[in-house]
Ligand binder design. Structure first.
Ligand SMILES: *Cc1c(COP(=O)(O)O)cnc(C)c1O
Length: 457
């Protein structure tokens, strides 16, 4: 182990960033605005306010402010689990026998086990500040629901979580963690909402989807006085809050004069990737530096690599605003054998625009390869990674092995978004040799595309 660069680079508590960085401020082509599905017109603050908290609506629509100060109350909470370490993966490098230098930013060091807490605490704070009673949300694998429960109980807010049914059944312990933090957890689709009842009637036995859980959560928020809906990914405001990941990573790297060549993140709705790359992408957009930026998605839910760049609904019930993004269609539901999370049909509008404009690339990975990468990582670096994060590990390993062939000493930075303690069903099927890969056919994807709304642009 070289002693020039420590295994873990920690910032001081006083070095936690005091502002979030808004990547949109440096984009020449701004992300397309959210549209009102009824009128086809860009959504105004007034139209967004019944769904989201006011301050968050402002952040959602703000394409210009470069730095948005982080309120002290949020920084106080961040101190419970931040700064997050930047780790030099010496042990993984050794296992791969690569000349590449691999770093990862570890965001799993809190009970929710993921980066989602960075935005959950911000969203709960603004809801509380507005005097709301509570918030509703959806959760897939459960990290977001857990993070939001932790944030809500801290500020004394009620928290109603609609959890994708297959996860609810596969991860009962995740549900109990949320209940420890006082959340009310319902499997989705459920008979507690109009849209849930409709979906159950149309697709009896469905294992649910994020899009469907979103519809239920939005319905409950808009029909209950003093409630708003909050979302853990995809939205501009979430990428803004997650910029803390990239700002800390960059500060830690700058301390030792390290400059990454390749920056890799897994992509579900795009929040951790958008956050990790934010300050680096800012430099790239301003022409100050260049980085090879890579999104990694599951081959079973390939929004970037096989999706269409089009206006689409964010939810199955088609009640949410339309967003222009790389999408598989709101009707798309990944195969039930997919264990690795990242199952949202769409993608952040910011990342979609950056990808469309050629500022980043995307690759997809099969879940058996992802779990193999996860196993190698766990055995070499010690930490049991979340399957979602393991998509980034897989791509980082691939890049490091390329370096081994060419002899290049590239510096690779990837986001280790969380831990996999609640994903042991997936690990079990991998360990038992029972895990399979299901890659949707073009015909199956066409079905999802057929659900795309017609929008005149
Ligand atoms: C939610 C989650 C993701 C994916 O969401 P993004 O918004 O794409 O970041 C990745 N890793 C973990 C651990 C998660 O909980």
């Amino acid at each position: 182990m070289s002693n020039e660069i420590p295994y873990k680079i920690y910032l001081e508590e006083s070095e936690i960033p005091t502002s979030w960085y808004n990547i949109r401020s440096d984009m020449k082509n701004k992300p397309a605005p959210l549209l009102n599905p009824g009128t086809g017109q860009p959504l105004t603050l007034e139209e967004l306010s019944p769904i989201f908290c006011e301050e968050l609506c402002k952040q959602e629509l703000d394409n210009d402010t470069k730095y948005i100060p982080i309120p002290d109350e949020i920084i106080d909470f961040y101190k419970m689990y931040r700064p997050a370490p930047l780790v030099r993966a010496y042990f993984l490098e050794k296992a791969l026998d690569t000349p590449a230098k691999i770093y990862y930013k570890f965001e799993g060091n809190n009970t929710s086990g993921s980066h989602k807490l960075n935005s959950a605490i911000a969203q709960a704070y603004y809801a509380k500040k507005q005097g709301l009673k509570g918030v509703t949300t959806e959760t897939g694998a459960g990290q977001w629901g857990t993070a939001l429960s932790m944030a809500c109980v801290y500020f004394g807010l009620d928290c109603k979580v609609y959890m994708v049914k297959i996860s609810y059944e596969q991860k009962p312990f995740r549900r109990e963690v949320m209940r420890v933090y006082g959340a009310d957890v319902t499997p989705s689709p459920s008979d507690t909402t109009n849209i849930g009842r409709k979906i159950l009637e149309e697709f009896p036995g469905t294992t649910g989807s994020l899009g469907c859980a979103i519809s239920e959560a939005v319905e409950v928020a808009t029909q209950n006085e003093g409630y708003r809906y909050v979302l853990g990914s995809v939205l501009n405001q979430v990428l803004l809050h997650q910029s803390i990941i990239g700002l800390e990573s960059k500060a830690a790297m700058d301390k030792y004069g390290i400059k990454p060549d390749i920056i890799i993140g897994c992509a579900g709705g795009g929040s951790n990737l958008g956050g990790l790359i934010a300050p680096f992408m800012g430099e790239k957009l301003r022409g100050e530096a260049d980085y090879d930026i890579v999104a990694v998605e599951p081959a079973s839910c390939p929004s970037f690599t096989r999706g269409k760049f089009a206006y689409d609904f964010c939810d199955t019930g088609m009640i949410c605003p339309l967003a222009k993004m790389y999408t598989l269609g709101s009707g798309f539901i990944p195969s039930a054998n997919h264990a690795g999370g990242l199952r949202f049909h769409g993608m952040s509008t910011i990342l979609s625009q950056l990808y469309h404009d050629g500022y980043m690339r995307a690759v997809s990975a099969k879940q058996t390869d992802v779990f193999e990468a996860a196993e190698l990582f766990a055995r070499s670096e010690g930490t049991l990674p979340a399957p979602e994060s393991s998509h980034a590990i897989k791509a980082a390993i691939d890049e490091a092995l390329k370096c081994k062939e060419t002899g290049e000493e590239k510096t690779i930075l990837f986001g280790l978004t969380g831990t996999g303690y609640f994903d042991l069903k997936g690990y079990q099927s991998f360990n038992d040799g029972e895990m399979t890969d299901y890659i949707p056919t073009d015909e199956e994807l066409e079905k999802g595309f057929a659900s795309l709304p017609q929008v005149a642009e």
